[in-house]
Design a protein around this ligand. Sequence first.
Ligand code: SF4
Length: 431
Amino acid sequence: MLLIGYLYGITSERRLARELSLNLGYRWFLGYDFDQPTPDHSVLSKARARFGPEVFETFFRRSIDLCREAGLLEEGPVYVDSTLIQASAAVDSMVRKEDRAQPPLSIEEYVQRLYTENEPATEDEGPPPRPGPSLRRHRGSPSRYPRPNQELQSTTDPEATLVNRPEFGRHLAYKAHVAVAGRRGQVITAAVATTGATADEHLLAEVLWQHRRLSRLGVPEVVADAKYGTGPNYLYLDQAGIPAFIPTTRFGNQHTGVWGREHFTWLPEEDAYLCAAGQKLRRYANLQRTQRVQYRAPKGACVACPFRSQCAPSGIERALHRSWALDLVEAAQDRIAGPKGKRRMTERKTYIEGTFGLAKELHGLRRTRFRGRRRVQIQLWLTVAAMNIKRAVRRMTVGGRPAAPALLLSRLLTALVKGLVSSASTSVSKA
Ligand code: SF4
């Protein structure tokens, strides 16, 4: 039943149960005769709770195996990216975290707090504060700028976080981190759901690990966008022996108008930079937290320098930071600038964005069906499994095999569902 819902983009389980009782094709697929009653929608939520996430992950893994059997999957570049999924909760449901943690107030406490928070404004004071939880700065907040996800939480879906992006709007959201691989990037080999505010770069290692575990393939190359181009990621990929095709926009000093590293000459044998005035910026500190080395000009050298206005406007000795991974970053940029690198970048855009477009338009991934990260992870696995199955079936039928599509689909899905049922039984008996 769930698979039908994900294959045909039926996002409401009540509607799915209704459609199942009316649609002869669905009845045939699930083995119900004309006069047999079909299951109620509540069966699905019970099954989700009883099976646990492992069963759905197994199902996703089997969809990858199916793609391998269809000739779609072989070792090759792995393309990684993420997309936001709007949560099923409104921004207005956010309240201060401490209010959620506190027990309900007694009537006396409530009235007292009401008076305290709504003291009449004197004439000297500005307009009264806005009522209710606000995303503007809170009274008594120690930080100067509002940090909604640290201070506020949704009462409807506490795990969803607020995201505000021009292309997405301001919504509570989750994020799907996905890897695609195989022939024309048609097979989804990893899918990890996180809260919407999780930074992409922190998930690269996790996504690649899931790709290896589920597809049982290596990672000869990684292709991703600049969000993943951080020093720790380049170092991780270097240690793992994986060539990175990841652009970077995070190094250099382009936006301040002050001279960037390109105005200095690197002296590798001296481990120093040479500036335009002939001074050497020597190693000053090794910053563990940011994984960078700081180089500084000699004391007092910049005060009377003719280049001071472009290089060190404050007059304080100029400092430069060099990422531990700078050599790796430069090697990756050279790789991307070549013909193979350009091809990989174009492929990434086509494969990944095509996958996200289909997932959202046809399989209901624009919005979460459930609340809570664990359930959203199940939704994500089922969505990408449905997409893999469709691609495998299309490949087998278009590839000139004699089986009729419906018969083939039935045969393949029977094998898949048998596997799912046996995993579910094991999981339930373990529980
Ligand atoms: S400001 Fe300092 S670091 Fe920059 S060119 Fe002059 S001496 Fe060199």
